[in-house]
Write a protein that binds this ligand. Sequence first.
Ligand SMILES: Nc1ncnc2c1ncn2[C@@H]1O[C@H](COP(=O)(O)OP(=O)(O)OP(=O)(O)O)[C@@H](O)[C@H]1O
Ligand SMILES: [Mg+2]
Length: 298
Amino acid sequence: MEAIKLKEYRHPDKSYQKKFDALIGIDEHKSNLLFALRSILDEKNLHGWLKKYHPKGLPYIENSVLKDSLVILSGDVGCGKTEIAHSIATPLSKLMGGETIVVFETPSNIRGAGFVGQLPSRITEAFDVAKKSLKKGEFGILLIDEADDIATSRDQMQAHHEDRTGVNALIKEIDQLQREDVKLATVLITNRPNALDPAVVRRASLHLKFERPTEEILASVIERVFEGVKLENGTVKELVDLCLSKKLRYSYSDITKRIAKQSLALAWRREVALSKEIISEVIKQTEPSPYITENNKI
Ligand SMILES: Nc1ncnc2c1ncn2[C@@H]1O[C@H](COP(=O)(O)OP(=O)(O)OP(=O)(O)O)[C@@H](O)[C@H]1O
Ligand SMILES: [Mg+2]
């Protein structure tokens, strides 16, 4: 069987700080995730706090809660889950005084060639490779994106023994991390939180849910995306209203990728400047991405 290869991204890295800063409207998620990962990885700082405020220790919390190493990010498509998970290690490193943090990403073919028995051993291998790749003094984050594929509730699987053993292997690895002295946090990302196995969910010290932007945030997204375009007073509100007139709400990426790109293309093709008219025309033609349904990833 071919050995599993994890992609590695080393932080701090200025380009990731930019990506992190460009995520709009999710400041609370940003600070909660930063803090959750910090409490998993930044033991030194935590011990300083403990010594200062609880010199006699907090036995239960130190032995259980503080050893949790799992975080779950779930929610709708195009709402920043992958982007925040990939970029957060740089601001986290800053908080930790510039420590090196390596983000490991599991490959999309974690199932292997689909032979029976491959999935659990590949999950175990992914954790092993990440742990072994960390050099002394380095910190790691193992990203398992599109995790519903391997962490689906054992209840929801009919008789797929392979899938059940996959979830079991994942749970075992997460528990194993608690017993080891290795600085590795695990981040599971999924579109379908309700499909996740309850045993996996209950092991998470933080579960963040991502949603499409609300009216207020939509205005900031439009302002940011079309920065540099001459938009008169009240125009952003008009564009927001046009967005809200659709049956579904737009996701972040509908605006930042599709509408932005098509507006640029249209203005360019017509040899005119980007304007409210061009953006409105594109919004009228662009339907929001469909929502994820529980049984089917559309
Ligand atoms: N909060 C946000 N602010 C600004 N841009 C955003 C935000 N969320 C997402 N985007 C934009 O949408 C793109 C897609 O985001 P991302 O890949 O993180 O989505 P996702 O939640 O992982 O979606 P999926 O579930 O489909 O994988 C990003 O590259 C970014 O340009
Ligand atoms: Mg994603």
